[in-house]
Design a protein around this ligand. Structure first.
Ligand code: ZN
Length: 211
């Protein structure tokens, strides 16, 4: 795993949950299926059997509801849990903000947390996070501004859409209903592919010169 982009939210039924995951793949032929995770109507994103694929110049980028790799799925779940429950962000009254955390065993993370208007959720908002999970802290932190800006702009886009939406909400509305945008997951796929295609995630840590 070089780096993956994920999205999670806080579900009133399931707690912190992963709802979308984009990662590079060596070729368009995919084996396996996304790791099964519990999902209510509010957790719904793309269908479990749906795979969104974009071909880059030398590899593909694949979006599924959860990772096809059990280890990565567990790591991502842990990242969403820490983003939404443990790590505290407070830059403004709307409690959106970005942070870096991580270690070599669970991966290194840049996370942006934000809230969307949801009249049926506790507190009338639903918490979301957008995360980039990588194994190399040097490459992530060297490009922190680029990564953070892209995650933040995606969060701001979703928040604008949810504030403009006049659509009546069901008791457990999925993201597509909150932002009143049926193609929101295809849009997120393209934004996540843009982030991963930047090819900034395999910078090796500088070595001390031999003396
Ligand atoms: Zn749920």
């Amino acid at each position: 795993m070089e780096a993956i982009v994920g999205m999670g939210h806080f579900c009133d039924t399931h707690g912190p949950s992963v709802i979308l995951c984009t990662h590079p793949a060596d070729g368009p032929l995919l084996k396996g299926a996304p790791v099964a995770t519990p999902a209510c109507d509010g957790c719904r994103s793309i269908d479990d059997r749906t795979v969104l694929v974009s071909e880059g110049s030398d590899r593909c980028f694949v979006t599924t509801r959860s990772s096809m790799d059990e280890h990565v799925a567990r790591l991502l779940k842990d990242v969403v849990l820490r983003s939404l429950s443990i790590e505290v962000v407070s830059e403004d009254a709307e409690s959106s903000g970005s942070m870096y955390f991580g270690d070599d065993s669970r991966g290194h993370v840049i996370s942006h947390v934000f809230s969307l208007k949801d009249s049926n959720a506790r507190g009338f908002t639903r918490r979301y996070c957008l995360v980039v999970l990588g194994k190399n802290p040097i490459s992530l932190l060297s490009h922190y501004d680029f990564i953070e800006e892209n995650l933040r702009k995606t969060g701001e886009y979703l928040r604008r859409k949810s504030e403009q939406s006049k659509a009546p909400l069901k008791p457990t509305a999925a993201l597509a209903q909150l932002v009143d945008e049926p193609h929101v997951f295809a849009q997120l796929h393209m934004r996540f592919v843009f982030l991963l295609a930047a090819q900034i995630y395999h910078l090796e840590p500088p070595r001390a010169p031999d003396i």
